[in-house]
Design a protein around this ligand. Structure first.
Ligand code: GUN
Length: 288
């Protein structure tokens, strides 16, 4: 079975669009997401465009602020401070990676935790690890949605996460653990990697290496989620971190690239923006 993130996304976006129709009357406006893009990385440009497109489909107001690679850290911090103080802004997303002269951690920590639609702010990360209410990072949130949609039982399963990034590997491991999977995190220093991945009933791959996971590393009947977005050097086409053609034959469930996790990430960003909007409105109403 191939889990189409594209189809599930379309369904979720249609539901959100329907829900948002009542917002202007109920709340006086629609949620507003501001995306900041620094520099000219082509992949980042394409992601930011996808976010603007999805916002339009759902009925979220999107402002994309583009600045040249020379934009300084202080200028960025000052821009974020203005957006934090702007009551008409509900979500702030700074597209990563940032140019090398800008300290990413400092920038992420400067975003108001209530507008942190990525769920990367230290207070949101802490809340996730303490099982408190938080903004769940978009890619891991999308992966869990896909598993649920495919009817995959997570509790009690051996789940292996390949990759330990702050954006995907660590938070998806935590979400799988919260759903009672037995979780192993693998990385570049893991010994006998193929043996560990072959023990996985659910395998999530997020290492950013084209077709790194081959069929011999995967057990028959495994559920395989491919988070990779790589450009195939020879064909110029997008490909994932797993060898899709050979693994699809033995996996019970697999996500494709493109059309898998990617669209789900953007769709969950729309959900997070709505969540930030609603919790800000509630706080505001409590104050008044
Ligand atoms: N760059 C790659 N993935 C992401 C993401 O989920 N959020 C942000 N802000 N930048 C990214």
């Amino acid at each position: 079975m191939i889990i189409s993130g594209k189809e599930l996304s379309a369904k979720m976006k249609a539901d959100m669009a329907e829900r948002l129709k009542s917002f202007p009357e109920k709340y006086g406006r629609v949620p507003h997401l501001v995306v900041i893009l620094i520099g000219d990385d082509p992949a980042s440009h394409s992601y930011v465009k996808g976010k603007a497109q999805a916002s339009e489909q759902v009925g979220i107001k999107n402002t994309t602020i583009r600045r040249e690679a020379q934009f300084t850290e202080n200028e960025l911090l000052s821009l974020i401070s203005d957006l934090n103080n702007d009551d008409s802004v509900d979500g702030i997303l700074v597209q990563l990676p940032l140019p090398k002269h800008i300290n990413e951690s400092k920038v992420i920590a400067s975003i108001s935790k209530d507008k942190d639609v990525d769920g990367f702010h230290p207070l949101n990360v802490a809340a996730l690890w303490q099982k408190e209410d938080c903004i769940v990072p978009c890619t891991p949130k999308g992966i869990i949605r896909m598993l649920d949609e495919a009817g995959v039982e997570i509790a009690g399963k051996r789940a292996v996460v390949l990759g330990r990034s702050q954006i995907v590997g660590l938070p998806i491991a935590k979400l799988l653990l919260d759903r009672n999977a037995t979780v192993t995190i693998c990385h570049s220093r893991t010994v006998n990697l193929a043996e560990v991945t072959a023990g996985a009933e659910i395998l999530v791959v997020a290492i950013g290496r084209p077709r790194f996971v081959t069929a011999d590393m995967v057990s028959d009947g495994a559920v395989v989620i491919d988070v990779g977005v790589n450009r195939d050097e020879s064909t110029g086409k997008l490909c994932g971190d797993v060898d899709f053609d050979n693994i699809a034959a033995k996996a019970s469930v697999i996500s494709p690239v493109p059309g898998g996790v990617g669209p789900m990430t953007i769709t969950c960003l729309m959900e997070n923006t709505i969540e930030c909007f609603l919790s800000r409105i509630n706080k505001y109403e409590n104050i008044i």
